[in-house]
Design a protein around this ligand. Structure first.
Ligand code: NAD
Length: 420
């Protein structure tokens, strides 16, 4: 597929295109390409939920398992009005590569429900969560497929999933989902893990680029689990957060925003906009403000051929999955912008999910210091391995991460052989 043709395409086509580039460079044989290019399983469910007014609504959800070669499927569940099967397929494929980049023994999966959860009461959200999980139960289990939080799902939703599964089994099964609260077998540090992994990568990249974090200005799109915690952790590194945004829009202050006050403001007002001492800007402007480090931490397809040329940052760290299209990647490469690709940059979340699963299976509980130390070791190793390939092959970091990941998955697939 040419880059011209992928101008207005969906995440699944982007994901397959990224895979094709890696497969070509690795000279994978045609059979292996055909196997790894498609998801192993795609499951669609339509399920009823009784609403508070007594009416019944039918929702549509998905669970996709892209690859199970290196272990059980692993990947979050997203609640969003724009969820589609193609989006979930892309996210599942990215999970396969992500688990391989950081070397944890999982394959890739992802799930989603087409719903705007902000329109539901807590009771309706619980009913939807329990029924959706019941519908996908034929696929999930601690040895088969282990979901986790993603956009608009959290520790509460994971608790309902875990309880629903456990009720059906007749005993408590903490290892069926990760991202649970500590009281239910969750791991210390899981809530911050995605952002912490992103910041470990940024520290490594900054060292490589000779960028001093205490002098760096940072702009962040998305102010949820990944974005808001990344803002806090970057502030701890003494960087200046100049702009942030959520789904309602952004705010900007070139002299710096006080992150904890912005978090409190959002909690009180439901939006970052209107924050005292900052200018309201659009979500598009957040990506283009004067800064050294840009952290997209919202949704896919945000950095495209239309706006990539306007990005001022030297370093783009993809806390979100799939925020950059292949055309934007090429623009960044030509402009000399250093990119930490999603499958590496946000792998901290799944890495600590892996720790949580190991602790659950062993009925163990590690300290936060242990979790963070193990996370750091894995992230730094994965970053350095990716950087070494990028330097060796004179290519950009996304391609390097794909070369590392796809080769690992292809090796595992080759050694297992073709059944029957
Ligand atoms: P979240 O629901 O906690 O937060 C999402 C944030 O994005 C919210 O602040 C929301 O207002 C904002 N947002 C939504 N649409 C937007 C838009 N059009 N423009 C700007 N902001 C918008 O979700 P999250 O868990 O932080 O996930 C964010 C991204 O990080 C996703 O791409 C997700 O797949 C990825 N990710 C999350 C994890 C995790 O552990 N939570 C792990 C890996 C990757």
């Amino acid at each position: 597929m040419t880059t011209e043709k992928i101008a207005a395409i969906n995440p699944w086509q982007v994901a397959q295109h990224q895979f094709d580039l890696a497969a070509e460079r690795l000279q994978l044989d045609d059979g292996m390409r055909r196997v790894l290019r498609e998801p192993r399983r795609e499951f669609t469910v339509h399920f009823p939920v009784k609403m508070d007014d007594g009416s019944v609504r039918v929702f549509t959800g998905y669970r996709v398992q892209h690859n199970l070669g290196r272990g059980p499927a692993k990947g979050g569940i997203r609640y969003h009005q724009d969820v589609s099967l193609d989006e979930v397929k892309a996210l599942a494929m990215w999970m396969t590569w992500k688990c391989a980049v950081v070397g944890i023994p999982f394959g890739g999966g992802k799930g989603g429900v087409i719903v705007d959860p902000k329109q539901l009461s807590k009771k309706e959200l619980e009913a939807l969560s329990r029924r959706y999980f019941t519908e996908i139960e034929v696929l999930v289990g601690p040895e088969k497929d282990i979901p986790a939080p993603d956009v608009n799902t959290n520790a509460q939703v994971m608790s309902w999933f875990m309880d629903t599964f456990s009720m059906h089994q007749g005993y408590t099964v903490p290892g069926v989902v990760t991202g649970k609260p500590i009281s239910l077998g969750g791991s210390e540090g899981r809530n911050e893990a995605t952002a912490r992994g992103t910041v470990y990568c940024i520290i490594e990249a900054a060292r490589h680029l000779g960028l001093e974090l205490p002098k760096a200005k940072v702009s962040i799109q998305g102010f949820g689990n990944a974005g808001a915690i990344a803002a806090q952790l970057m502030a701890e590194e003494k960087a200046t957060i100049v702009a942030v945004s959520d789904s309602t829009g952004g705010i900007h202050n070139p002299n710096g925003l006080e992150v904890n006050k912005v978090i409190a403001w959002k909690q009180e007002h439901g939006t970052v906009q209107g924050f005292p001492g900052a200018d309201d800007i659009t979500n598009a402007e957040v990506l283009e403000v004067q800064c050294d480090i840009l952290i997209p931490a919202a949704l896919e397809g945000q950095l495209t051929e239309r706006n990539a040329g306007n990005v001022k940052a030297r370093l783009v760290a993809e806390a979100a999955n799939g925020p950059t299209t292949p055309e934007a990647d090429e623009i960044f490469w030509k402009k000399g912008i250093f990119m930490i690709p999603d499958i590496l940059c946000n792998a901290g979340g799944v890495t600590v999910s892996y720790f949580e699963w190991v602790q659950d299976l062993n009925r163990d509980h590690w300290t936060e210091a242990e979790v963070n130390a193990k996370l750091k070791a894995i992230m730094v190793k994965a970053f350095q391995e990716t950087l070494a390939i990028a330097r060796r092959d004179q290519t950009y970091m996304r391609t390097a991460a794909y070369l590392l990941a796809v080769q690992r998955v292809a090796d595992a697939t080759m050694m297992r052989g073709l059944y029957p």
